[in-house]
Design a protein around this ligand. Sequence first.
Ligand code: ADP
Length: 250
Amino acid sequence: DTTHGAILYLDDITVSFDGFKALNKLTLDISVGELRCIIGPNGAGKTTMMDVITGKTKASSGSAFFGQTIDLAKMNEVQIAHAGIGRKFQRPTVFEQHSVFENLELAMKMDKRVKPSLFFRLTSEQGGKIEEILKLIRLNGQEARAAGLLSHGQKQWLEIGMLLMQEPELILLDEPVAGMSDAETARTAELLNELRGKHSIMVVEHDMGFVTEIARQGKVSVLHEGSVLSEGTMQQVQNDERVIEVYLGR
Ligand code: ADP
């Protein structure tokens, strides 16, 4: 069984929009604890693939499983989020008026597995978790600052921290370093490398320098015309004739 131990199985997925195939027999698996990079030219189907995983778009054919048993085709977006798939969109969406600490606390309160309470008090375990995530996202010492005052990069890290508060089993990141400075991009690569092995993460990104940094120990999938054109280490896909052809347009 080659699929043993995967967190996500996309098998032969096709998505048609008025006859146009945004995804065309796409097959892709993500292993537990893997940090997988997804690259590919504009229009390759990267966003559509994320939309299928999160239930925003339904596949016309093929199957999408989360773990061994959860059929994503049978669930809506909210159910999929509750099942443990967390997505971060390209633009940061933090609560600007609230402090960094409160943003992390709010993320915890929004977690549907935590019993809602009007008199929510953090347990020491929850407080400890916030401290741990503050360090990870490089915002310890800044917890009292209003999120609206953070730099673009810091807001992105905060949002990653908010996702982590909810302990998703699979994390989808859409262009996490878009608009970041070089220094912020380098720190984001460090952050993601620290998460490797502890979380299952799929990252869609155009910044090849960044992809090279986070793909050193992992796999890259190159999408083209709705399916996986090439998959392997960064070095393997970079040397793949088909990939060169697509990127150089020969
Ligand atoms: P990427 O994220 O790799 O740039 P997308 O998944 O956004 O690619 O798009 C793949 C293709 O599907 C594109 O040609 C796009 O125009 C088309 N597409 C995406 N969503 C729709 C839609 N809702 N209706 C029609 N065409 C769409």
